[in-house]
Design a protein around this ligand. Structure first.
Ligand SMILES: C[S@@+](CC[C@H](N)C(=O)[O-])C[C@H]1O[C@@H](n2cnc3c(N)ncnc32)[C@H](O)[C@@H]1O
Length: 409
C-alpha cells in the first residue's frame, strides 16, 4: 500500500501524495531506515501514530469564530432553566483551544459548572497532551480582545500562559478518531457537538461517513456547530441551518432532502403531451430512465411544471421529470430553478457531467443559488478539484452568512 493510501485509511484525511511521501521520508530519517517499501510494510501502530502526527493540521486558537460559543451559552442557559444539563463534545479539539473557549464563555455567562459536561477528542495524541497541559503561546491569543486572558490564565513564562485549574479540570480530553467512534456506546449522547474545520480535510465519502457518525452521536434535538465552509456538506447530509448569526449552527433536519420527499398520495394521472415541447437549443438531453416503467405526466400549467417535475423525480421517473423541466424552460428560459432540478435529476441518473453543466447554468442565472453552489462544490471535491471546491464552498458560505444576516440574527 502506498504511503498516501495508508495515511488515508488511518485518518480519513485527503493527504496529497507529496505530503505523504515527505512524512514517510522524515520518519525514515528519524528511525534510521532507507527502504520506504520495507518501512511501510513493517509499520507498527506506534510508528503509525508518529507518521500521522506529521500530516494532521492542528491549527486552532482561543475564541475562534466566537459566535458558536455564544449560541451554545444561550442553549445551555435555556436548558438549565428547565433543570437540564447539557452534554457538549468538541471533535476535533486540536490543542484544547475550542473546549476551553466554551468553558470560559459559560463562566462569563455565570452558568455553573454543573450545567454542562465537556468532552474533547482529537486523533492526535500530541494534541491531547497539549490540551491537558493547557499552556498556550501568542498564536492562541489571536482575537482582538484578549481580556479573557487576565481572567482565566496565569502567566508561566515569556509568551506562555496556563489555563486555570478550575477550567482545566472541567474538560475530559481523550484521543479518538471520529471515523471509528463507537456510536453504540455513545448513541445520541451529546446535546451539542462542535465539529469545526475537520471535514474540509476529507473527501466526499469520508465526509459522508463523518457526518453519519456525528448524526449518531448527536441527540435528536441537539445542535451541531460547523466550520463556515462545512455548512454545505452538512446540509447535503441530513442537517439544516439554525438561525444564530455567524455561529454556523445546524440541527438534524426533520425534512427529507428536496429531491427525495415522500411521494405525494395521488397517483399521476394522464398521458403526457410534453415531449412535443422543444428543448432549449443548448440543453443537453435528459437521462435515460433507470427505474420503473414510465407513468405519464399530466399537462401542467407553467407554475406547476417544476413542482410536478420534483414529484416525478421522486418516483424515479427521471425522463419525465426532465421533460417537465425543459417544458418549463421553454416558457421561462431563465428559470434557474429548472436548471438546478435538471442537475439533481442527472445526478440521480449518475450523469455527473450533465449535472455539473446544469448547475453551472443555474448559478450563471442566479449567482446566489446556495444549493447549486453546494452541489458543485461537492462534485468538484469528488473529482479531486480541491481548489475549485474550496472557492465554491466559500461562495456558498458567504451566501449563507448573508442570508443569516438579512434574517436579522
Ligand atoms: C484544524 S484542527 C480543528 C480544531 C478546532 N476544531 C478548530 O476549529 O479550531 C483539525 C484537527 O483535526 C484532527 N483530526 C484529523 N483527523 C481526525 C479524525 N479522523 N478524528 C478526530 N480528529 C481528527 C487533527 O489532529 C487536528 O487537530
Amino acid at each position: 500500500m502506498t504511503a498516501q493510501a495508508l495515511l488515508r485509511r488511518a485518518t480519513g484525511l485527503s493527504v496529497s501524495k507529496a505530503m505523504a511521501e515527505r512524512a514517510v521520508r522524515q520518519r525514515m530519517e528519524r528511525t534510521g531506515q532507507d527502504d520506504s517499501a520495507a518501512y511501510l510494510a513493517g509499520i507498527t501502530p506506534e510508528e503509525m501514530t508518529q507518521l500521522v502526527e506529521l500530516v494532521v493540521v492542528p491549527e486552532s486558537w482561543l475564541f475562534r469564530d466566537p459566535q458558536a460559543f455564544y449560541a451554545t451559552v444561550e442553549l445551555v442557559r435555556e436548558r438549565w432553566s428547565r433543570g437540564r444539563t447539557t452534554r457538549i463534545a468538541s471533535i476535533p479539539c486540536a490543542g484544547g483551544e475550542e473546549p476551553y473557549s466554551m468553558a470560559m464563555a459559560l463562566r462569563d455567562a455565570d452558568l455553573p459548572r454543573a450545567a454542562v459536561s465537556i468532552d474533547a477528542y482529537d486523533l492526535s495524541p500530541a494534541c491531547i497532551e497539549r490540551a491537558q497541559a493547557g499552556v498556550y503561546g501568542r498564536n492562541a491569543f489571536r482575537v482582538q480582545d484578549v481580556a479573557f486572558r487576565e481572567r482565566y490564565f496565569t502567566h508561566v513564562a515569556d509568551d506562555s500562559y496556563r489555563i486555570v485549574d478550575a477550567l482545566r479540570t472541567q474538560i475530559t480530553f481523550r484521543q479518538g478518531n471520529l471515523l471509528r467512534f463507537d456510536t453504540d456506546a455513545l448513541g445520541k449522547h451529546y446535546d451539542v457537538i462542535f465539529c469545526r474545520n475537520l471535514l474540509i480535510y476529507f473527501d466526499k465519502p469520508t465526509t459522508r461517513a463523518a457526518i453519519a457518525k456525528l448524526s449518531a452521536l448527536l441527540a435528536d434535538d441537539g445542535m451541531l456547530l460547523a466550520g463556515y465552509a462545512e455548512v454545505p456538506a452538512f446540509c447535503q447530509h441530513g442537517f439544516a441551518p439554525l438561525q444564530y448569526r455567524q455561529a454556523f449552527a445546524l440541527k438534524k433536519d426533520d425534512k427529507p432532502p428536496a429531491i427525495r420527499p415522500a411521494p405525494l398520495p395521488q397517483p399521476v394521472r394522464n398521458k403526457p403531451q410534453l415531449r412535443s415541447v422543444p428543448s432549449l437549443p443548448a440543453a443537453a438531453p435528459t437521462p435515460a430512465r433507470p427505474g420503473p416503467p414510465s407513468t405519464p405526466a399530466p399537462i401542467a400549467a407553467a407554475a406547476d411544471l417544476l413542482a410536478e417535475a420534483r414529484v416525478l423525480a421522486d418516483r424515479g421517473l427521471l425522463r419525465e421529470a426532465g421533460d417537465n423541466c425543459h417544458a418549463h424552460l421553454a416558457r421561462e428560459p431563465e428559470a434557474a430553478e429548472a436548471y438546478y432540478l435538471l442537475g439533481l435529476i442527472n445526478e440521480l441518473a449518475g450523469k455527473m457531467d450533465l449535472a455539473d453543466n446544469y448547475w453551472r447554468r443555474c448559478i450563471y442565472l442566479r449567482p446566489d443559488h446556495y444549493e447549486a453552489l453546494c452541489h458543485l462544490a461537492l462534485l468538484a471535491e469528488r473529482n479531486g478539484n480541491h481548489t475549485a471546491a474550496a472557492t465554491l464552498k466559500s461562495r456558498a458560505a458567504r451566501i449563507y452568512q448573508r442570508r443569516q444576516a438579512s434574517a436579522g440574527h
